[in-house]
Design a binder for this molecule. Structure first.
Ligand code: PGA
Length: 251
């Protein structure tokens, strides 16, 4: 039985005070009896203010990235220890915006994944194909490479303490969502890829869907057998809407 995870990716938005306000509002709106777990991933610098508001609540905190190194000469990066120190439990790695805008390749993403685990963070590994890759029939090959790099770096059992987010790049921030059929097919494919390398983990692994998920379309996506929650960008900036997505998870 996989408990769905509803995770908000706040991206590069807001101020310390607006982030704290959003967190406070989430505490008011998020149903503690919803059949899911909750997490939010604020910008690094807003995390302490958010953590303060979420103390005592069931909403956990994640980061939007983590350094592959542990300390020292890595200007502009944030180490895993620093993130656990300010209350993070999860770390997103390999988000398509990092891959596309900042040139993070599969190997760097894999190293970040391993670093997250080394520091006791649960990586949320984002994978997904672009529109041109999908149109060229390459979606499955892309996912295979993205996952393979992580298996190479983390070892056969490396995905045990992790979460995967399938985020088709063409659906992120575009308002276009994968259909439940498309999402289910890709999630099932990812689970089979994992099964090939680590049968013990495959059925336990949570695979989230990400890409324009919102209250309106959440129920049909979350009803898919292999969709175990969501990584939500835009719609996570509204407490009521975010809470409604969690309320739509299957029990
Ligand atoms: P979106 O973003 O929900 O705004 O499409 C999802 C994500 O980038 O994680």
């Amino acid at each position: 039985m996989r408990t769905p995870l509803i995770a908000g990716n706040w991206k590069m938005n807001g101020t310390c005070s607006s982030a704290a306000e959003l967190a406070r509002s989430l505490v008011d709106h998020v149903a503690t009896d919803a059949p899911c777990e909750w997490a939010v991933c604020p910008p690094f610098v807003h995390t302490p203010a958010v953590a303060e508001q979420l103390t005592g609540s069931s909403i956990q905190i994640g980061s939007q990235n983590v350094c592959d190194k542990d300390q020292g000469a890595a200007t502009g990066e944030v180490a895993g220890d620093m993130l656990t120190d300010i209350g993070c439990r999860y770390a997103i790695v390999g988000h398509s915006e990092r891959r596309e805008l900042y040139g993070e390749d599969d190997q760097l993403v894999a190293r970040r994944f391993v670093a997250a685990q080394r520091h006791g963070l649960v990586p949320i590994l984002c994978v997904g194909e672009t529109l041109s890759q999908r149109n060229a029939g390459e979606a499955e090959t892309v996912l295979r490479h993205q996952l393979e790099a992580v298996f190479q770096a983390a070892g056969e059992g490396g995905l045990a303490q992790s979460v995967i987010a399938y985020e088709p790049v063409w659906a992120i921030g575009t308002g276009e969502t994968a259909t439940p059929e498309q999402a289910q097919a890709m999630h099932a494919f990812i689970r089979e890829l994992v099964r090939e390398r680590d049968a013990a983990t495959a059925d336990k692994l949570r695979i989230l869907y990400g890409g324009s998920m919102k209250a309106k379309n959440a129920a049909e996506l979350l009803a898919c057998e292999d969709v175990d929650g969501g990584l939500i960008g835009g719609a996570s900036l509204d407490a009521e809407g975010f809470a409604a997505i969690g309320a739509a998870t299957r029990s």
